[in-house]
Design a protein around this ligand. Structure first.
Ligand SMILES: [Fe+2]
Ligand SMILES: [Fe+2]
Length: 146
């Protein structure tokens, strides 16, 4: 059975491929596809994974740093929403998003997930996977793409 880590890692790969595509095609449509993947991903991680991990005293700092990185990604994404794809700072903002996401994905996969694996049972990680899929589905229904 799939664990939450399998699902999140697969989404990390999808998002980084999409960001590379956005760097090539410079289109706002591609950005909105990235946003539609990223928004429920960040919200789902916070609601279903980070919330459990931060209950452990020794993981609190790691999780709080991960929240900060989420906020950085959200703020870059928010700025991109109001920029024209043809504007002069569009490409540099997409590059900022690329760097911010790449850095966060690396920290998550190399620090947060290994720490979570030590804390949560395999059963729990499978259970969170199911909750995450349900959450992501209803999030997307409530936030349709423009
Ligand atoms: Fe993630
Ligand atoms: Fe994350």
């Amino acid at each position: 059975m799939e664990t939450i880590y399998d699902i999140l890692k697969a989404e990390h790969k999808q998002v980084s491929d999409l960001i590379q595509q956005a760097l090539r095609d410079g289109s706002k449509e591609t950005f909105f596809i990235i946003k539609a993947k990223t928004d429920p991903h960040l919200a789902g991680e916070e609601k279903l994974l980070y919330s459990l991990l931060e209950q452990k005293e020794d993981l609190r700092e790691l999780v709080s740093h991960a929240y900060e990185e989420h906020n950085e990604i959200k703020s870059i994404s928010f700025e991109l929403e109001s920029l024209d794809a043809g504007s002069s700072n569009w490409t540099s903002k997409i590059k900022e998003l690329d760097e911010s996401v790449s850095h966060h994905v690396e920290e998550e996969e190399n620090k947060v997930f290994p720490a979570a694996r030590k804390t949560l049972s395999e059963d729990k990680a499978q259970q969170i996977a199911q909750q995450y899929l349900d959450f992501s589905k209803s999030f997307q229904q409530q936030h349709p793409m423009p």
